[in-house]
Design a protein around this ligand. Sequence first.
Ligand code: HEM
Length: 416
Amino acid sequence: PSAAARRAPDQPPTGDEDGPDLFQDEWFRDPHPTYARLRAECPVRQVRSPGGHEAWIVLGYAEAREALADGRISKDVRAAGHIFARSGRRRDLAPAVSQTMLATDPPDHTRLRGLARAAFTPAAVHRLRPRIRAIAEGLAESMAAEAGPVDLVERFALPLPVTVICELLAVPEADRAALGAWSSRLFLAGQPEVIDEASHQLADYLSELVERRRRQPGDDLLSELIAARDAGDRLSEGELVSLAALLLIAGHETTTNLLGTAVLSLLTHPEQLAWLRADLARLPAAVEELLRHDGPVNVATFRFTTEPVRLAGVDLPADAVVMVSLGAADRDPSRFPEPDRLDLRRRSAGHLAFGHGIHYCLGAPLARAEAEIGLGVLLRRFPGLRLAGPPEEVGWRRSRLMRGPESLFVLTRAEA
Ligand code: HEM
């Protein structure tokens, strides 16, 4: 008797694996009570799927690490096609946005990740820090001009990472708004037509951009990737476009949610905020706890078993869809005592907000730098920063993969 049975049959791959109370209104607002209940019953559990394929969700910390590191649990979307074909669902994301490292296994994964790795090393990201700070300060300055409530998501959390990744890839300023709209549509729950259309628009745009850069190379990451592609056959044209799309999407959707959730968490935990404000050198550690406590990637992108797998004593058949809930794993009380408590002083290292194993987030150094610098700029510039309305009224995104506030209205001026 699951809500899944009421769903339309043509949902995106992460869309129909509903279990009891997953992906309902209450879950979008706060998934953690549901996770806690389900995890306490069983950390690896089957969820219902009207599509006919078997689907499982992993909620425990140890179990999530095990699943993410298991080579028999694949990410290859092309190989997974038969699972979704069997359930009769449409699956026509533009090929150009589905040939990414995030959707492949070794050896393709190793090759694709290797080509992009240099751009995201800690050293490469260190060089970007002054520019990230300048962008953040400019955005904070424009927020300071508002006397009334201002939406921190629209004015800061979104434009900061978007400007950084668009500058890295040299996306012209005039095109950035359209990119943002396509990118956010890719995460709309239960709207397969919108998702398909946006994926094709994004792929078409990027193919054209690649063509332009090929004719007129610049001093940017996209030009470098094109040079790598044209120097040999290590990267196909489709893979190149896919890589650019992955970086843009990651750059739009993740750090934005982290910044929004982090500011909300800090403003609703005044004693934690005061401790942080007392010494902003505590920011890097604080960012780790904010990632653990309520990270942006709620459920890692789906995986599937290529053969029967025994996971934490539970037998999964071959061709089962596996969703690993990073949000649930990071609140597993057997790994993090009193997991629901935001405690900036705790040792949060080992959290799974960036995933684990070979697909561990390539952009983690960049995301950490953006979060640290962004929060630092906000806290320094706005000593009186506070919410403009009750926290219960914050609207959360309706995405199965990403978690974060849709908008977050704050007041930047000190109380009179
Ligand atoms: C992969 C989280 C920011 C680029 C991942 C994965 C997670 C994640 C959980 C693994 C997904 C899985 O295994 O299914 C985050 C979070 C971010 C963030 C929480 C911000 C707070 C970024 C940024 C970039 C980026 C800014 C680059 C612009 C990537 C790439 C992968 C990835 C390329 C694929 C890695 C692979 O498949 O080997 N991210 N990410 N991420 N992320 Fe991030």
